[in-house]
Design a protein around this ligand. Structure first.
Ligand code: NAP
Length: 338
């Protein structure tokens, strides 16, 4: 690393008050670069040093800083740096497909889910795509301490994308549902999502840059007899996301509610709803997790507030607006029956 590069690094980071820590992306690049250069010298390897890739952008940014001043250049600074995506529920289904998209877009990944073996397997597969080892944080989001624990573990790591995807449902009458399972569902689908958003949003606002995706559902648009808590949690996610998206207008941070309809994943088996009409009825159009993730990712990058993947799901949601509430409730019940 030449002294000019070091100068560029400090010129950008110090006056702007960017915390300089080992986990800072630019410093990671520098450390990585210095190590790579050392091993290249040891091997008397004449390939161009990696700083051609990594340290030219800071030099270009240095010119920006001089012209526009350090604070106004912060958004540019972060755009040029490798970005980091924190994805909950990233070990399967929609979350895993979203992680694949972020990996293909060269994002550093932080993956959260409960089952550590499945999570590590997903991380290995994702490493093949991006070349970078994702960080795994095995946590149960039904534990109220988990969001704070995740945030504490990531102290100093700028999270550019927060994807609150982890969630689960359970079919059957409310009165027969195990009490603790119902409370865990609210904790995972709602409380942890709100807490993670509250924990990671302030740093995004300081950087004037960041995107949050909250995975809701088409279930958010109506009450769901025989899946009452699940539908209600998703209605919360949609309402919460819309409200804060409006509050954040002009802040540089966007929030998106992804509202998939029935999607092929482990969700139906876990929710014990494989036999219900909504899942079995092919004409309602079950989408793949991959298609849902791609549409969701595009919508999030465009800063959309609500993203409903698939024409059938869009039509379904629109028809709910026209129908009387009592009929909508009865129709929703029919779809949740066997
Ligand atoms: N599939 C659908 O039809 C559908 C439709 C609309 C919306 N959605 C929503 O889409 C999201 C993703 O679901 P999916 O279809 O991809 O289902 P999935 O394949 O079952 O994936 C759920 C993910 O969430 C994780 N998870 C579940 N409980 C957790 C907990 N307590 N703590 C931490 N992680 C937990 C799971 O990993 P572990 O089990 O290892 O923790 C898994 O990685 C959910 O929010 C779901 O409500 C799904």
């Amino acid at each position: 690393m030449s002294s000019a590069d070091l100068y560029a690094f400090h010129l950008i980071s110090a006056p702007a008050g960017i915390p300089v820590s080992e986990s800072h992306p630019l410093e990671r690049c520098c450390v990585f670069n210095a190590e790579a250069q050392r091993s290249a010298e040891d091997a008397e390897d004449n390939r161009p040093a990696l700083d051609v890739l990594w340290l030219r952008p800071p030099v270009a940014l240095c010119a920006f800083v001089r012209i526009r001043g350090p604070v106004s250049c912060l958004p540019f600074y972060y755009r040029f740096m490798p970005q980091t995506a924190l994805i909950t529920g990233a070990s399967s289904g929609i979350g895993l497909e979203l992680a694949r998209i972020f990996a293909r877009n060269h994002c550093d990944l932080i993956l959260v889910a409960r089952e550590s073996d499945r999570l590590r397997q997903a991380a290995e597969d994702l490493q093949q795509l991006s070349g970078t080892q994702p960080r795994v944080i095995p946590r149960d989001l039904a534990d109220p301490q988990s969001p704070h624990g995740i945030h504490a573990e990531l102290a100093g790591v700028p999270v550019d994308y927060l994807v609150n995807n982890a969630g689960f449902g359970l079919g059957g009458p409310f009165s027969a549902m195990d009490r603790q399972t119902g409370l865990d569902m609210i904790q995972v689908n709602v409380t942890s999502l709100v807490d993670l958003t509250r924990l990671f949003l302030p740093a995004m606002l300081v950087r004037k840059s960041g995107r949050i995706m909250n995975v809701a559902s088409t279930a958010a648009f109506q009450p769901g007899p025989l899946m009452a808590i699940y539908y209600a949690t998703k209605a919360f996610v949609l309402s919460f996301t819309e409200a804060i998206a409006e509050e954040l207008t002009g802040s540089g941070v966007t929030v998106t509610a992804l509202c998939p309809g029935p999607t092929a994943s482990d969700f139906q088996r876990r929710a014990a709803i494989e036999h219900v009409k909504l899942v079995k009825n092919k004409s309602l159009g079950m989408m793949s997790s991959r298609a849902v993730a791609e549409i969701g990712y595009r919508g999030m990058m465009q800063g959309k507030v609500i993203v409903i993947p698939g024409i059938m799901n869009k039509l379904g949601v629109q028809s709910l607006r026209l129908g009387p509430r009592a009929i909508v409730r009865k129709a929703a019940r029919k779809l949740q029956e066997s």
